[in-house]
Design a protein around this ligand. Structure first.
Ligand code: R5P
Length: 296
C-alpha cells in the first residue's frame, strides 16, 4: 500500500509534488485552532498499517511545532507504521551554541523533539556551523538536500558574468558549492554581528570585479541586515546592483522591502518557504532524498 503524505497548512503544494513524483497517496487532515489558541488536529484518511509522512516547513516554528507533534501522535494512534517528516526549512539551527551564560542550545532541543515525533527527517541545507552534522541534533535517520546545484543552475541561466559573494564565513560552504557548480569566481566577506539587526560586513578591494554581476548567496535571509549591509558596500564600490539569492526566504517583517530599498537587484529564493521571491524549485531534489528514506 502506498505511503500516505499529509500536509500541514500551507504545505499542500510540496505534498502534491512529492505524491506525484513518488507515487504516494495524499492524505487529509484537519489542523486548526480552538478559539482559546490551542491546536486541534484530526487525521481523516485511513492510515492503519501504512507508512506516512508529514510535510511541514518550519519557518515561524513556534506556531507549528505543537500541531506538528499532535498530528504525528494522531497518525500513530490511527495505526500508521511510521511517520516521516519533510521539513524543507529546519528552524532553530542558528542557536547552535550558548553565546551568553544562561542561554540554551536550542538546536539540540528542537532536534531532540523532532526525533521523538518522526521516524525520519528530510530537510534542505540546515544551518550547520558549530554543529557540523545533523546527526548531532537529530537521532533519527535524516536526509539533507543541498540546494547548491539548483541555485547554480538558476545563476547560469539568468546572470551574465556572475561574481558570487558570501557575506560571512558561515556562508562559505554554500557559496563555495554554488560557485563550483556554476563555474564562477567567488569571494567570502567577514561579518560581525552585534545584535539581531546590527551587523557589520567588511569588503575587500573589489575593483577588479566591476565588469561582473555581483550575486550574494546566503542560506537564510531573516532581517536581511546581512544582505543590506553587503549591498551598500558593493554599490559604494561601484559594482552593479547585486542579485540576492537565499536558500531559505524567512524575510522577517519588512525585510524583503528593506532589501529592495537598499539597492538590491533581483531577489531570488528557493521554495523551501513560500514567498514571492521563490524562483528555484527544489521538489525534485527533495523527492529524491525522501525516496531513500521511505519504508520498503
Ligand atoms: C548567518 O549565520 C546566516 O548564514 C545568515 O547570514 C543570517 O541568518 C542572515 O540573517 P539576517 O538576514 O537577519 O542578517
Amino acid at each position: 500500500m502506498p505511503v500516505v503524505a499529509v500536509a500541514m497548512p500551507g504545505n499542500g503544494q510540496l505534498a502534491d509534488a512529492l505524491a506525484a513524483c513518488l507515487g504516494l497517496e495524499r492524505g487529509a487532515a484537519t489542523v486548526r485552532r480552538f478559539p482559546d489558541g490551542e491546536s486541534y488536529v484530526r487525521i481523516e484518511s485511513p492510515v492503519d498499517g501504512r507508512g506516512t509522512l508529514i510535510v511541514c516547513t518550519l519557518d515561524r516554528p513556534d506556531d507549528k511545532l505543537v500541531p506538528l507533534f499532535l498530528l504525528a501522535a494522531a497518525l500513530r494512534e490511527a495505526g500508521a507504521t511510521s511517520v516521516g517528516l519533510v521539513a524543507p526549512y529546519l528552524a532553530y539551527m542558528r542557536q547552535d551554541r550558548r553565546f551568553q551564560p544562561g542561554e540554551t542550545v536550542s538546536a539540540r532541543h528542537v532536534g531532540a523533539w523532532l526525533s521523538q515525533c518522526a521516524d525520519w527527517l528530510v530537510t534542505v541545507d540546515p544551518h550547520l556551523h558549530r554543529i557540523t552534522d545533523l546527526s548531532q541534533v537529530c537521532s533519527v535517520p535524516s536526509g539533507v538536500v543541498h540546494a547548491s546545484p539548483s541555485v547554480a543552475q538558476w545563476i547560469r541561466a539568468h546572470v551574465r558574468e556572475p561574481l558570487l559573494i558570501g557575506p560571512d564565513e558561515e556562508s562559505a560552504q554554500w557559496v563555495g558549492a554554488v560557485a563550483q557548480h556554476a563555474a564562477a569566481p567567488f569571494i567570502v566577506l567577514s561579518k560581525t554581528r552585534r545584535g539581531d539587526r546590527d551587523v557589520e560586513v567588511s569588503l575587500p578591494d573589489v575593483g577588479r570585479w566591476r565588469s561582473h554581476t555581483p550575486v550574494l548567496v546566503d542560506d537564510i535571509v531573516s532581517t536581511a541586515r546581512t544582505m543590506i549591509e553587503t549591498v551598500g558596500h558593493l554599490r559604494r564600490a561601484g559594482l552593479a546592483a547585486p542579485v540576492c539569492v537565499a536558500v531559505h526566504a524567512v524575510f522577517a517583517q519588512t525585510a524583503f522591502e528593506d532589501l529592495r530599498s537598499a539597492g538590491a537587484g533581483d531577489i531570488v529564493s528557493c521554495d523551501t518557504i513560500r514567498h514571492p521571491s521563490n524562483r528555484i524549485r527544489l521538489a525534485p531534489a527533495i523527492a529524491a532524498s525522501v525516496r531513500a528514506l521511505l519504508p520498503a
